[in-house]
Write a protein that binds this ligand. Sequence first.
Ligand code: GLU
Length: 298
Amino acid sequence: MSQVRVRFAPSPTGFFHIGSARTALFNWLYARHTGGVFILRVEDTDQSRNSEEFLNVIYGSLKWLGLSWDEGPGIGGAYGPYRQSERSAIYREYLERLKASGRTYEKDGATLFKISGEPQIIEDAIRGRVERTEEKDFVIVRSDGNPVFHFVNVVDDIAMQVTHVIRGEDHLSNTSKHTELFRAFGAPLPVYAHIPLILKQNGPGKMSKRDQGALIEDYQKRGFLPEALVNFLCLLGWSPKEDREKLPIAEIIRLFDLPGINQSNARFDEKKLAHMNSTYLHEMPPDRFFPFVKAFLA
Ligand code: GLU
């Protein structure tokens, strides 16, 4: 098989939270496990909601967690630029291709995509077989000229030769739109892996950015060790078969694989995270521990 290419594709519209960090981590782990490429792609086409501040928090948190990217902003690569706001020429070119194939039409100033209406079947690496049929043509370029998420997301996955799309389950319902587009471009489908949600500690429902303990930056400020947080995040939805919990990163990379990701939702557990952190702190060699505590107290 050709080299694995995965991407983490955040939209810088809010602070960097646990769910995004875990998605980034699972992509990074899969790339490291397979000897593949981990791409960082910034999905910043929504000008009204993006901010450079949020983007800098994403870069900073990824670096703090040790999730270094192989292609992306600041590094470059053969498939750049890696910010969608800089890729308009590429989107225009792909739009022309769709137009030429007769799969678009204009309505009220917007460009719509003509669906095939065929059942869209994927073999999701986590969820198994998922089938969904689109019933309505959908907008790919708004009347203000901005292309929509579904379009740019798929165009970039094709153009950047992404082989595996590992993302949150909240995107599962978008996938039939995406596979319609892949097929219209005559492009092979990536392998999909939709990761189950993280549930909030107390009560039902998905953990949101507003929940206590949701923001990565807070952990950094509160003196958590990135290794401990990474170890904890791995266990939110994945487990090594031998039922161990504290694992060095090299071991996690060796053991990590998509079939090991659970189908059921994971519940956030702040006590478990605190416990993980204290275990790591206890094992820190003095020559790291003292400077760390000093810097933290300062
Ligand atoms: N920008 C999307 C998000 O942040 C990316 C979705 C995807 O990974 O395909 O949810």
